[in-house]
Design a protein around this ligand. Structure first.
Ligand code: AP5
Ligand code: MG
Length: 208
């Protein structure tokens, strides 16, 4: 199955995509993680993306569409994949429609107030991108998978988080109607504990 995970910053797209990809044995394709890796490796894409990401703005459509197009051609995508954080604009969704057959769009909904709290308490692994929350870490500072020291993302600072939410409402939220009209949207309440969210997503996907 080719699946999109849609939702505002902090909704739990990365958390859920990682769990469900493991379960289904398909790759997680996170444009945010790919762009952060490009910045770390100082590639041409990374240089183009950095200022937009630091400011909490979207990276230009043509840059993101190009990296997704290339990634979807890889062998491991043949059995299906989860797109985490792409598409994020109507132009990206239209471009994706021309290169991929998407069966389901999982829309993870969480209220803005809860998102601000989650994002300011998030720490991530700089190696695998796995997200953690400060509350649950209880003082632990390393990734359970890689042992790498967890960091705070630059765009998780409070002033940038509010800007990212505004960008989401203006540019990405219209995709909810876009995919609802195509009959692909699965509405998931993301404001419950992570295990309950996983169960709700799996149930919705099975019924699809
Ligand atoms: P990206 O990396 O995709 O960030 P985002 O969409 O803002 O989403 P996040 O990763 O912040 O949130 P998430 O939904 O994955 O939540 P998570 O699981 O981590 O994009 C970053 C930037 O890259 C963008 O701003 C843009 O510049 C650029 N970019 C990326 N894609 C692009 C595109 N297509 N077009 C243009 N530009 C693009 O969870 C968040 C926190 O909450 C964690 O601490 C987690 O532990 C906790 N949590 C998760 N689930 C729960 C739960 N159920 N209850 C309580 N806490 C929870
Ligand atoms: Mg994410």
């Amino acid at each position: 199955m080719n699946i999109i995970f849609l939702g505002p910053p902090g909704a739990g797209k990365g958390t859920q995509a990682q769990l469900i990809c493991q379960k289904l044995g398909i790759p997680q394709i996170s444009t945010g993680d790919m762009l952060r890796a490009a910045i770390a490796n100082q590639t041409e894409t990374g240089l183009k993306a950095k200022s937009f990401m630091d400011a909490g703005q979207l990276v230009p459509d043509e840059v993101v569409i190009a990296i997704v197009k290339e990634r979807l051609q890889a062998e491991d995508c043949k059995a299906g994949y989860i797109l985490d954080g792409f598409p994020r604009t109507v132009a990206q969704a239209v471009a994706l429609g021309g290169i991929a057959d998407i069966q389901a769009v999982v829309n993870i909904a969480v209220a803005d107030e809860a998102l601000v709290k989650r994002l300011s308490g998030r720490r991530v692994c700089p190696v695998c991108g796995a997200p953690y929350s400060v509350e649950r870490l209880a003082g632990q500072t390393q990734c359970a998978v890689d042992g790498a020291t967890l960091i705070q993302r630059d765009d998780d600072k409070p002033e940038t988080v509010l800007g990212r939410l505004t960008v989401y409402h203006q540019k990405t939220a219209p995709l909810i109607d876009f995919y609802r009209k195509e009959g692909k949207l699965l509405d998931i309440d993301g404001d419950q504990d992570a295990q309950a969210v996983t169960a709700a997503i799996l149930t919705a996907l099975e019924a699809k």
